[in-house]
Design a protein around this ligand. Structure first.
Ligand code: CA
Length: 367
């Protein structure tokens, strides 16, 4: 059973819903594969800061977020290390393998040509790290969607030459989303290469970030989950999964809370499904299925930052145990207490192993 931490041994003044402090099971009958683990390269950070400080800086809330992160040297040191320091921390936390995603907002806040060039550089570096530590690291291809041709080429290179296990997008790019028609060739390429697409949050676009930034909610408190929710619902309602039925999407943070809403999504589907005049006056899109169908056929979720049993149990129940994948969210959230909590979840041995190891192996083709 789940217990709220109330003992004096808590390291926090008010532990809230933090798990009871217990030990990590060092003999667990599963490997822990963490699937939303962040990294970065100095060149990307430098290019972001350069653009932000230039006289032609775009009005881009994501770029401003990058500037804010650039002022956190300890965080950047952890993001940029793929060597002994990270491996030691993984050992301490009992993590067998990290799936590495170039951290938000990544290359997609840059100008198209520079974005693709830096995506190539980041992918080359990541491939090198994965070759050096094949048992400890796997990686997702990063691409710059603002350059469609370059993005497709980089997805192909990542999947055929660099040995990557899918692709990562840090959600919107200067307010654009992959459900817009000019970007569908990217979705086609992802499907053709059997590359699961991980959509990782960023702050909402400048056109609707002000109420969040005004209150300090641009990140995990509201902006991040709402922004990926928009992107995911946009893909579904644009008919992307009817057009590309084998396209596989992964979203973190318990599916950004969307699984809680499946019943109502289906009930209210006609708000947008089959309606004329949406998306700037484009033709009506009529979906082949209920919204919940796509959560059972095209979408997987990870548990990043959510070491909380009721939430994990609920999602495994409504989506199926094969659709929920463990993630930590290193280095932003890293906690031995959370790892230990997973070890003590009230799940069958079979489902526990699916959650911690084998679902990741299957979705990201790790074996
Ligand atoms: Ca993350």
């Amino acid at each position: 059973m789940w217990n709220v931490q109330t003992t004096a041994s808590s390291t926090r003044g008010d532990a809230g819903l933090a798990p009871l402090v217990r030990a990590i099971d060092r003999q667990a009958p599963y490997q822990r594969i963490a699937t939303e683990e962040a990294w970065n390269i100095p060149e990307v950070l430098e290019a972001q800061v350069r653009l932000l400080q230039s006289d032609h800086a775009p009005d881009d809330s994501s770029l401003r977020m990058a500037g804010m992160f650039s002022k956190l040297p300890e965080l950047q040191a952890q993001l940029m290390d793929l060597g002994p320091r990270r491996l030691k921390r993984m050992d301490e936390l009992g993590i067998a393998k990290q799936l590495l995603l170039l951290t938000a907002p990544g290359v997609q806040v840059l100008e198209p040509g520079e974005g693709t060039a830096l995506a190539r550089l980041a992918n080359d570096r990541l491939a090198q790290a994965c070759r050096a530590h094949p048992d400890r690291y796997a990686g997702l291809t990063v691409f710059a969607p603002q350059d469609v041709k370059g993005a497709i080429a980089e997805i192909e290179r990542g999947m055929t030459k660099l040995g990557f296990n899918g692709a990562v997008l840090n959600s919107h790019f200067r307010g654009h989303y992959l459900d817009e028609r000019p970007y569908w060739p990217i979705l086609e390429a992802l499907e053709a290469h059997d590359a699961a697409l991980y959509i990782h949050p960023t702050i909402p676009p400048s056109s609707w970030s002000q109420p969040y930034e005004f209150r300090g909610f641009g990140g995990a408190l509201a902006g991040f989950p709402h922004e990926v929710w928009m992107h995911t619902m946009g893909l579904i309602m644009a008919g992307v999964f009817d057009q590309f039925p084998k396209l596989r999407l992964v979203i973190g943070h318990m599916g950004e809370a969307m699984p809680l809403q499946l019943y109502r999504f289906d009930w209210m589907q006609s708000n947008a499904d089959g309606r004329e005049g949406l998306r700037g006056g484009g033709p009506a899109v009529k979906l082949k299925h209920k919204i919940s169908y796509y959560f059972h056929h095209n979408i997987w979720i990870t548990t990043s930052g959510q070491g909380w049993e009721p939430s994990v149990q609920f999602c495994m129940q409504v989506l199926g145990p094969e659709r929920v994948i463990y993630a930590m969210d290193y280095p932003y959230q890293q906690s031995a207490d959370e790892v230990a909590a997973y070890d003590h979840f009230d799940l069958s041995p079979e489902h526990k192993k699916m959650l911690m190891q084998t679902n990741a192996e299957q979705v990201f083709r790790l074996t």
